[in-house]
Structures are given as C-alpha cells and as structure tokens.
Design a protein around this ligand. Structure first.
Ligand code: IPE
Ligand code: IPE
Ligand code: MG
Length: 250
C-alpha cells in the first residue's frame, strides 16, 4: 500500500495540468529542447500512476497548444514524433493500468500518422475504468469554445450555457477541481478557459520533468486546504458541510 496521505475521499476528482518547463529543463543540461520533451513523457507516466493511486478519477494534461505551432519547425516535428512513438509504446501499459485515453483538440491540422495513432489508442483503451486521461493536443480553449458554439448554432438549439457545455470537447468529464501549472509561470496559456471557471489553481516552480510524486502531493495538500465557495459565503459552505456530515450519520 502506498504511504501517501491522500485517498479517494480527499482527492480532487479531476486534476488538470499545464505541463510546462521541458525546454528549460533541457537548456539547464545543455541538451536540445526535444530531450526535455522526452523527459516530459517520463514525468507524465509517473504522474498518471501517482494520480490513479491517490484516487484521482480524471487527469487532463496540456501537451500541445494551438499556439505551439509557432515554435521552430524542428521542435514541432520532434513533438509530433514523440507523440506518435509514445502512443505505440505506452498503450499496452495504459490498458493494463485501466486508463482510458481521450485526445482533445483539433485533429484536422495533424498528420495522417498521428491521427490514426490517436484513434487506435482511444479504441484500444476504451474499456479502462480506473482513470480517464485526456491529452489536450493541438488544443486551445478559444478553439474549443468556438467549435462548441458552431455546433450549437448548427443544431438550431437555443444558445445556452448548458448547450455550449455539452458541445465542448471535455463534455464527457466534470470540470477540473484542481488546475496545476508547473514551470513557475502563472497563466493559463489558452487552456480550459471555460472549464476552469471554478477550478482551484496551483502553480508549482518545478519544471515538468522534475514534477514527481512529492510535488503532486504538495498540490493535493494545498487543494485539501482550500474552501470552494462557488459564489456562496463561507458560513453557507460550512453549514452545508455539517449538513452533509449529519446526513452521512443518519
Ligand atoms: C512545455 O514545455 C511543453 C510544451 C509546450 C510542448 P516548454 O517546451 O514550454 O518548456 P519551457 O517553458 O520552454 O521551459
Ligand atoms: C502551454 O505552455 C502549453 C503546454 C504546456 C502544452 P507554453 O510554454 O506554450 O505557454 P506560454 O507560451 O509560455 O504561455
Ligand atoms: Mg513553456
């Protein structure tokens, strides 16, 4: 049994992560940036395992943004290759671990090889029930809102919050409870603009390749100390908490 202090009772149900800092990790070692991304994949493997062990049910990670096409061509193609290779290599392990993969983002801009890999990985893991892993790739929050709005408009339904929420790319999961960004920057960079409306934010100075179990536990501990009010007062939230505890005892 793992020795960490988190269980399914206290863990956030849905954790989202902006996996930032791979380039700086590589630079500090005088390595090419893509070496940092390669180490980033290792860090993601570790994080998936750790999150599942702590009772997290949904993990959503930002792997490539709509804006990352602006990077040097060599880095972009390195990231595409890394994704394609990771897909073919990791799927059996994910299957075994009960992870269900979803890719979230605009697929049209991706190569045929990458698109086929994404579809195969999703199909191969569709029986996973332990952890839902959403990999946001060629994703942007503005893209997501625009594509959702276009779908609602095309369907002829009235444009309501509910209709938009159901058309968003993450409609299959609840909104993130906790949003972590590694690498020390404190911004969203176009990640989950709609879904993070009430997420607790946690900024870690660890570069993504260095984000280990202890760093995750630090974020989960900070989350456990937050009071989520959703617009209400603290007194209202406490009264509801007491009510829920009473209901639990009844
Ligand atoms: C995040 O790491 C990974 C991607 C954006 C693909 P970066 O590559 O942004 O790393 P830094 O921020 O330059 O250190
Ligand atoms: C956000 O990181 C995107 C991913 C982690 C995939 P960036 O490194 O691209 O963000 P900015 O450009 O510093 O805002
Ligand atoms: Mg960055």
């Amino acid at each position: 049994m793992a020795s960490h202090a988190f269980s399914a009772d206290t863990a956030p149900r849905h954790v989202a992560i902006v996996m930032d800092g791979n380039g700086r990790w590589a630079k500090r070692r005088l390595l090419p940036r893509v070496a940092g991304h390669r180490q980033g994949v290792e860090s993601l493997r570790r994080c998936i395992r750790a999150a599942a062990a702590r009772g997290v049910q949904v993990l959503t990670v930002f792997a490539f943004s709509s804006e990352n096409w602006r990077r040097p061509a060599e880095e972009v193609s390195g990231l595409m290759d890394l994704l394609a290779n990771a897909l073919s290599r990791e799927v059996p392990t994910l299957q075994e671990a009960g992870v269900r993969l979803h890719f979230v983002g605009e697929r049209n801009g991706l190569s045929e090889r990458v698109r086929a890999g994404l579809a195969q990985a999703e199909k191969a893991t569709e029986g996973g029930v332990r952890l839902v892993l959403n990999v946001c790739f060629n994703y942007g929050g503005r893209w997501d809102m625009a594509q959702a709005a276009a779908r609602v408009a095309a369907s002829g339904q009235p444009v309501t919050e509910q209709a938009i929420a159901s058309a968003l790319a993450l409609a299959h999961v609840p909104d993130p409870d906790l949003l972590i960004r590694t690498g020390g920057e404190q911004r969203l960079s176009n990640f989950l603009l709609w879904q993070a409306a009430y997420s607790e934010l946690f900024f870690s100075d660890h570069l993504w390749p260095d984000f280990d179990e202890a760093a995750l536990d630090e974020a989960l501990a900070a989350y456990a100390r937050r009071e989520r009010r959703f617009g209400q007062t603290s007194a209202q939230v406490s009264a509801q908490g007491a009510g829920a505890a009473d209901a639990g005892r009844a």
